[in-house]
Each structure stands twice: as C-alpha cells, then as structure tokens.
Design a protein around this ligand. Structure first.
Ligand SMILES: Cc1ncc(C[n+]2csc(CCOP(=O)(O)OP(=O)(O)O)c2C)c(N)n1
Ligand SMILES: [Mg+2]
Length: 268
C-alpha cells in the first residue's frame, strides 16, 4: 500500500505522502483484519463503516479500498486526472466504499457520530470507525461531536487518532498543544487506549470487536510516525505534502520493499 500510494503521488505530481504513510498500517488493519463488509455490495445496510476524517490522505484510503475490491486496482493510476473518480479528497458520489466526503478538516468525526447514532436507533449491528488527524483535533467541531458521542454512550463507535505529532507545517505541540490528549477524550466520556500505530498486534487488539457491547465510545490514540518507512520523509513537516524527485522515489521504493523486491518488480 505504501509503495502504491507513493506511485500515485509521483505520477500525479501532487499528494500528501507524510499522512498517507503514517495511516497505512491503521487502514490495512481495518480493511484486511477488522471490518466486515462485502465490496460487491458497498451500501449493504449492515456493513461496517469507515470515515476518513483526515480526508487529504487519499493515497492510504484508495489503496485500501482498491485492495479490498471496491474498485479495480488499475484505477489507482487515474489519481487526480481529469474525470477520474479518484479526487484529491474522497467523494462518495463517485467512488464505492467512500462513506462521506471529507477534506475540510473537522467534518468526518461529526458525520461518523451521526452514522453511529443511526445504528443505535435501528440496531442493525454495524460498527463505525473514523480516522482523525491530530492536527485536525484543533477544529472545534471535533469536540462538539466528541461531547455528543460521550453523552449518547456510542459503544458502537471507534475513533482512531493518527498521533504523528505533526500538522501541515509544524509540530502540534508547538502550534496548539493537544496534551494531555487521552485525558481530554476521557473527560468527554470516551474510553481510551494508547498504542503503537505501526504494530499490527496492538492495532488488532485495540480495534477487534469487544467481547460484550461497550457502554462508551472508544478512542484509540495511535502513536505513529509521519512519513513512516521512508527515511528522508520520517517525522518531517516538509513532507506533509510534496512529490519526490525521480531519485527520491526510487530510494523510497527500495526502502519500502527491500532490494530483492525492487529487483523483481523492475524485471516485471
Ligand atoms: C478546515 C481545514 N483547514 C485547513 C485545511 C488544510 N490542511 C490540510 S491537511 C492539514 C494539516 C492536518 O494535520 P493532521 O490532522 O495532523 O494530519 P496528518 O498529520 O495526519 O497529515 C491542513 C491544515 C483543511 N483541509 N481543512
Ligand atoms: Mg498529524
């Protein structure tokens, strides 16, 4: 997924590689280890829902959706081209698997909470997941929504914070500090777990269905590294958006795959 996201960005000449790479393990765990869905029936009433609140990270989202079978893998090559269904920010009108349009930060969590409230009313049994940026938590709408989720005791809802500690041009803690972040969520009535967001065992244990229904929404603070897996991008605000040069792109692919894999793909 990381290699394919970077290929999309490299070929399109635009994108948000830092946040794609920090979120990839989270999306891989959700789509290939946790969520229940049938990609051939993307609006089935009982499907689990995922909302990408940090909507700028379409590399991670589209590679997950294509891998899950919501649309052909080959369509990833149309990213950002005229008339493509793969916009820079996801659009549910065009693309199967996208639950709601995002891009303006601060919108995805409120919509996800509406989706979870609908399940609380009709009891159709689905779970709702939403991935937020940490910089995104500076939006006031996120905390209005968080307060409602706590009040409604939305045990069917899991919000994951991609805690990479960077926003667009700087560190979150230098811009508008979030800490103590876990305490803030708890104060709004959420149950909180903190994990390494690149560790699949920890991701699975935080996201798997609970043994018995929860009495509160869950917040998973996933500690991640922006640009994870590419040495020159890791933990660098400057790779929030940006496009690697040809040499940087080759280095990134090599680092993400190991030299042997790159050789095989070059031959292919
Ligand atoms: C309301 C709004 N303001 C500004 C932007 C521009 N913008 C896009 S991404 C971003 C930074 C987001 O940082 P974070 O939520 O931490 O995302 P990540 O680090 O995961 O990329 C900003 C300011 C936006 N999309 N929406
Ligand atoms: Mg961030």
């Amino acid at each position: 997924m990381r290699r394919r996201s970077l290929q999309m960005i490299y070929e399109a000449g635009q994108g948000h590689p830092g946040g794609d790479l920090s979120a990839t393990d989270i999306l891989a765990t959700l789509y290939f280890g946790v969520m229940r869905y049938d990609a051939s029936m993307p609006t089935a009433p009982d499907r689990d829902r995922f909302v990408m609140s940090k909507g700028h990270c379409t590399g991670a989202l589209y590679t997950a959706l294509a891998g899950a079978g919501f649309f052909p893998q080959a369509e990833l090559s149309t990213y950002l081209r005229p008339n493509s269904r793969l916009n820079g920010h996801p659009n549910r009108t065009y693309l199967p698997g996208v639950e709601t349009n995002t891009g303006p930060l601060g919108h995805g969590l409120p919509v996800a909470i509406g989706i979870a409230i609908a399940e609380q009313i009709d009891r159709s049994g689905y779970r709702t997941f939403v991935l937020t940026g940490d910089g995104e938590l500076q939006e006031g709408s996120m905390w209005e929504a968080a307060m409602l989720a706590g009040h409604r005791k939305l045990g069917n809802l899991t919000a994951i914070v991609d805690r990479n500690r960077l926003q667009q041009g700087a560190r979150t803690e230098d811009t508008n500090a979030l800490e103590p972040l876990a305490d803030k969520w708890r104060a709004f009535g959420w149950e909180v777990v903190e994990i390494d967001g690149h560790d699949y065992a920890q991701l699975l244990s935080a996201l798997d269905p609970p043994a018995s229904p929860r009495a509160a929404p869950r917040c998973v603070i996933a500690n991640t590294i922006k640009g994870y897996g590419v040495s020159y991008m890791q933990d660098k605000a400057s790779w929030h958006h940006g496009v690697p040069s040809a040499a940087q792109y080759a280095q990134a692919l090599a680092e993400l795959s190991g030299a042997a894999d790159v050789g095989e793909e070059d031959q292919a």
